[in-house]
Design a protein around this ligand. Structure first.
Ligand code: UD1
Length: 371
């Protein structure tokens, strides 16, 4: 069925309006849904349900403002908690909204607890579920996100995948019907934001020159929650880079640094979490990026900045195969080797753009009842 949709496409008319409930809750999902929501609203009715998983101004509101995402119709105010507690609260509250709103389709994005909660709520109510960014796998079930991905893909009636590798992963798990290779909606978001990114003054504000600094982000529990691991990472990166390292610090990591009484080395400059525009600008002009984020590996690649991933696995193998990304884990020698590695890398082929339009065209073709 991959890309077969083209044959059945039809433009949306007023009478075709499908009621789509979009469930989001964490920072990367706001980016993933922005270009899709924009197109959905051209001809369908969308209600955005924000679980409240991320709630700080700089973790949530700024993304809605910058990306022009409409104010959510519902904010469930779930907040933080253990995985079970957080997911359970979301499930109860999303179910309540879905029963009230009776949407034709529920759309979920990515791999967070908000994703799996939206998926479970929809599946239990027999509402067709569509998953954007389906089929990604790290093959590491100690990652909470891997569990969320697997469950969501298996519950979805329609899976929208960003890459061939993702489609193959689904096939290997027996998911072959209604799998659409559409491309990557975060690449759409990045392109949509580029005209504004060029105007960002973040380099001036931080007193930085192009390619004369590095960027680091850290938020995986496996890297941040244990004192020794976090301390080793901070000291290693401080030691390998002769350039300043800008560190937009996730609240989880900030809390762990304080709780464990860690001293951040002087060449690591801790700043608050950043909005999308400033972050893209900062990444574009960095010499190297250190990260344990999934999405940033791909953004670094799309922007042409070499990335050193502080994990042993990736959901974006293309970035590694082309030489732009190195999986260094948390081993100091590997991190140093990756930092010192010379270019050239393979030519960049942007992750497929146009994913958002393809997704909405498929939804148009389905008319809400064909999936
Ligand atoms: C979540 C996702 C992860 C995603 C990341 C992006 C899951 C399992 N993980 O991880 O896949 O890459 O978002 O950031 O869903 N906190 C605040 N303010 C906020 C949000 C969180 O202070 O607005 C703090 C809280 O102390 C919370 C901690 O950060 O306990 C972690 O937040 P949580 O939403 O549980 O997971 P993330 O680590 O953000």
């Amino acid at each position: 069925m991959i890309l077969e949709y083209a044959k059945s496409l039809k433009p949306c008319t007023g009478s075709d309006k499908t009621k789509i409930a979009t469930v989001v809750g964490a920072r990367p999902q706001f980016i993933k849904c922005a270009p899709v929501s924009r197109l959905i609203r051209e001809c369908h009715q969308e209600i955005i349900i924000h679980t409240g998983q991320h709630y700080d101004e700089e973790m949530s509101d700024i993304f809605f403002k910058e990306l022009g995402i409409p104010k959510p119709e519902y904010n469930l105010g779930v907040g933080s908690g253990t995985h079970g507690e957080q997911t359970a609260k979301m499930l109860v509250r999303i179910e309540y909204v879905l029963i009230k709103e009776q949407p034709d389709i529920v759309m979920v994005y990515g791999d967070t607890n908000s994703t799996v909660a939206g998926a479970l709520a929809a599946a239990k109510l027999n509402i067709p579920l569509a998953h954007v960014e389906a089929g990604l796998r790290s093959f590491d079930r100690t990652m909470p996100e891997e569990i969320n991905r697997i469950v969501t893909d298996h519950l979805s009636i329609t899976n929208f995948s960003p890459t061939y590798a993702a489609v193959t992963n689904l096939k290997n798990e027996g998911i072959t019907g209604n799998v659409f290779l559409v491309g990557d909606t975060t690449t759409d978001a990045m392109i949509m934001m580029m005209p504004i990114v060029w105007r960002s003054d973040i380099l001036n504000r931080l007193n930085l020159a192009k390619k004369q600094y590095c960027v680091m982000t850290l938020h995986r529990p496996s890297n941040t929650d244990t004192k020794d691991v976090l301390s080793t990472i901070l000291n290693t990166i401080s030691g390998v880079s002769n350039l300043p390292i800008i560190f937009p610090c996730h609240p989880r990591t900030r809390e762990s640094i304080f709780r464990n009484g860690l001293i951040v080395p002087a060449n690591i400059i801790v700043v608050p979490p950043m909005g999308y525009t400033d972050m893209l600008c900062l990444m574009k002009h960095a010499y190297r990026i250190f990260t344990d984020s999934g999405g940033m590996q791909k953004e670094a690649y799309n922007l042409g900045t070499p990335c050193i991933t502080l994990r042993d696995t990736t959901e974006w193998p293309e970035t590694v195969n082309t030489g732009w990304n190195t999986l260094a884990g948390t081993d100091p020698d590997q991190i140093k080797k990756a930092f010192d590695r010379d270019t050239p890398f393979d030519q960049i082929t942007l992750y497929d753009t146009g994913a958002s339009r393809r997704i909405v065209e498929i939804l148009n073709g389905m008319n809400g009842d064909a999936i």
